[in-house]
Ligand binder design. Structure first.
Ligand code: PLP
Length: 393
């Protein structure tokens, strides 16, 4: 019998990071320890208060039982209270919030609620892959919009053809932006809301990095502009170093949240209760968030200063855990990432082209970039910075 995967699965490209894994293994075999800025997974421990609350949660929910599909009411209340403290926005925990198993599944599955075969979805490139993958699995069509340095990595709404805007069902935005680190000004968010209203497009705003910022003023949520036709995807993965816990939420327009809940009840059985207990504790505390923000800021500056000293452009981000570095003159991102793997530097990064897709014009806006994820310790970041300072491109 032939085992033939679906056309969706067959359309997926190979796991790009496998090539880096191979190069890293080669360095290790030579006795060289590479410093890994590749994958954006925080290496710091999850805060003690979260771990303790989770352990207590296991005991509290002795009889396991299936969790609620949409999250315990205590968790949704904690989200609503945090949203009011942080953004000054009042949400109804019953109607406007639903728990998710991290942002990833929510982003991926969201298209199931609103995209019919052939429907158009506007997706930024570079961008988090599930925006496009979720669309393709729902049999929708992706229209990529480039995020370019000359636009401050904001989507150029005026450049979206009228026909595309009229046909689109959904548009993804993500600020603070991964991987560029750009933070969206209020006027941009207002323009996005207006664009959504004008063309009847649902605005899906991925705000997974809203708490990792280096600006004086914290980034805005699009919910501060409007919740009509808008939904936000949030996560505790980066804010509270909880990637392994798989917990987040969606919030916004009741009609959107309600359709999404319908999808979710058919896909999974909710976020485990003891994880929600950990998440409630995480949301009750800002001290650990301030600390990790300060640490990311330190690593950002150590690395950016070294890159600038080596003759490169200052690509210091305003937010997120990434540094989206333009490669030296004459290099593509892939060449630069390979150069950084030379034994005297031994620094692992992600070539920009691997996390960005070409637009209709054939332009791949990530081609001349590499991404550093600021996840190694301050000590390792300092060591990498010293090696970079000594390098000649
Ligand atoms: C832009 C963006 N959104 C969402 C996520 C997913 O977060 P979670 O761990 O909550 O699934 C990531 C993870 O790296 C991300 O970079």
């Amino acid at each position: 019998m032939d085992i033939v995967p679906s056309h969706r699965v067959r359309s997926l490209s190979a796991y790009a990071f496998a090539v880096v894994d191979e190069q890293v293994a080669k360095l290790r075999a030579q006795g060289i320890k590479p410093i890994d800025f590749g994958v954006g997974d925080p290496t710091i421990p999850t805060p003690r208060l979260v771990r303790d609350a989770t352990k207590r949660g296991v005991e509290k929910h002795k009889a396991s039982g299936y969790p609620s599909y949409v999250g315990m009411s205590e968790y949704r209340r904690a989200i609503a209270e945090w949203t009011t403290r942080r953004f000054g926005v009042t949400l109804d925990p019953e109607r406007e919030i639903a728990s998710t198993i991290g942002a990833k599944e929510a982003v991926f599955n969201f298209a199931e609620a609103f995209v019919d075969p052939g429907d158009l979805v506007i997706v930024p490139t570079p961008g988090y892959p599930p925006y496009a993958r979720g669309t393709l699995f729902a049999e929708g069509k992706v229209y990529y919009v480039p995020l370019l340095p000359e636009n401050g990595f904001l989507i150029d709404l005026d450049a979206i053809p009228e026909g595309v805007a009229r046909a689109a069902r959904l548009m993804w935005i993500n600020y603070p932006n991964s991987p560029s680190g750009a933070v969206a000004p209020r006027r941009f968010l207002e323009a996005v809301v207006e664009f959504g209203r004008k063309y009847d497009i649902i605005i899906a705003s991925d705000e997974a990095y809203s708490e990792i910022y280096y600006t004086q003023e914290p980034p805005l949520s699009i919910l501060q502009i409007s919740r009509q036709g808008v939904v936000v995807f949030q996560s505790l993965s980066k804010r509270s170093a909880m990637t392994g816990y798989r917990v987040g939420w969606v919030a916004g327009d009741e009609r959107i949240v309600s359709a999404f809940k319908k999808v979710k009840t058919n896909i999974d059985s909710g976020t485990p209760n003891f994880i929600q207990e950990g998440a409630i504790a995480a949301l009750s505390d800002e001290v650990h968030v301030q600390r990790s923000r300060a640490q990311y800021a330190r690593k950002r500056d150590i690395l950016a200063d070294a890159l600038v000293a080596s003759g490169l452009k200052d690509c210091r981000p305003a937010g997120t855990i990434y540094l989206w570095q333009e490669a030296p003159e004459g290099y593509l991102g892939v060449d630069f990432a390979t150069r950084l793997l030379d034994p005297e530097i031994a620094v692992v990064t992600t070539p920009g082209a691997w996390i960005s897709d070409p637009t209709e014009s054939g332009l791949n806006p990530g081609e001349r970039f590499v991404r550093f994820a600021l996840v190694p310790s301050v000590e390792h970041t300092t060591e990498a910075a010293e090696r970079i300072r000594r390098a000649k491109w």
